[in-house]
Ligand binder design. Sequence first.
Ligand SMILES: Nc1nc2c(c(=O)[nH]1)N[C@H]1C(S)=C(S)[C@@H](COP(=O)(O)O)O[C@H]1N2
Ligand SMILES: [Mo]
Length: 439
Amino acid sequence: MTTDAPPPHEPRYAVPARLWRALDRHRPPGVDAVERAWRSPVRGPWLTSVLGAVLLAALPLVVVTGLLDWIAYGPRFDQAFPRDVGWLHPPVFDWPTRPAWLFRVTQGLHVTLGIVLVPVVLAKLWSVVPKLFAWPPARSVAQVLERLSLLLLVGGILFQSVTGLLNVQYAYLFGFDFYTAHWYGAWIFTVALVAHVAIKLPRMVTALRGPGFARTPVERTAPEPSDPDGLVARRPGPATTSRRGVLALTGGGALLLAALTVGQSVDALRRTALLLPRGRRVGDGPTGFPVNRTAAAAGVTAERAGAGWRLSLRAGDRVVTLDRVGLLALPQHTATLPIACVEGWSTSQTWTGVRLRDLAALVGATGLTAARVGSLERGGLFSRATLHGGQVTDPDALLALRVNGVDLSPDHGFPARVVVPALPGVHCTKWVAEIVFDG
Ligand SMILES: Nc1nc2c(c(=O)[nH]1)N[C@H]1C(S)=C(S)[C@@H](COP(=O)(O)O)O[C@H]1N2
Ligand SMILES: [Mo]
């Protein structure tokens, strides 16, 4: 097959040239008007590359910390969501208990960065949006494939941001399971991101090595020479802002979001977490810290959690039953440990209770491989959790009875709850009724 030589100033078409040319000739109504409407002279390789470099540095962290959160949930015990991931199963390891702040940092980074990057993503999309309306949509088969990968990339990041943000807001507006959607969305996005970086990295490096525009004021802001990617407007209008103005607006937006978000992970700044449902109004006193699920919501009544409550410990066919007075008579241990929720917030409190390994010894469990914890709560995704051997035997792994010097409040898990260093909040089971030790 031959490609007709293009007349001068006409774009080149690859095979099948006839198709691309025919598309070009039959321009749908409105494409020219739309093309003329994108006139900002700041669009071009430099701005897109600066924003791209920021995302290239930060997005891998969001992806990796997201994957780590899945691993921290404990796929070995079938308690990472989604449960069945087929051949997409990444290598997993038992989540360590040290440093105790590990999960607090991985999930905090995942959620906080995900939120803070929203303005950068929007600015990046703004810088390339005219290409969405470019006609013909492609001039080669390779370009068709590249544009399809962009669909997955842009669709992927918007989908991940929206589902993640809604999850943090506890707004389950979508009719599908959050974990499953966010997991598969992450893979689609990651594959598209890798392809995009492989294709565009050389362009980005070239643009960043070229003349910079970080200091150019509005008066001297002019379009870059037209580029092969078609980022520069064909008919640019006068500059109304400089490139550094765009970057300042984007960075300012990111900083503002950061300021309104960090409070969910830093106890002293809790009240500044204005965007987050678990950021504000946490009550007063020693038990005044965020609550994930209240006792009322979990159907745990004062009666069931009151004087009649018993803890049952099992190992093999041995059973030991204790009431709260009995537990308080055992050696007590105090540790300052975080509760870190996968929805983004975390808090550090000082817990007192019985070491899990002491409870295991009490029921004669040795060579611990796991402990299965069950709550008074019935049903509920987090009414049970399995801890691996290392999480049971850590010297700070507790069945907590008190917090900050007072009894646990009903909402924080009275009469007893699990707290283990670096354990995801979801597994810090409240209103514990039973622990089965596997050896
Ligand atoms: N029984 C039970 N325990 C539970 C939960 C639950 O829904 N039911 N939520 C978990 C989650 S997701 C978190 S983040 C922590 C929060 O603990 P807090 O409410 O005491 O802060 O409790 C965990 N323990
Ligand atoms: Mo949580």
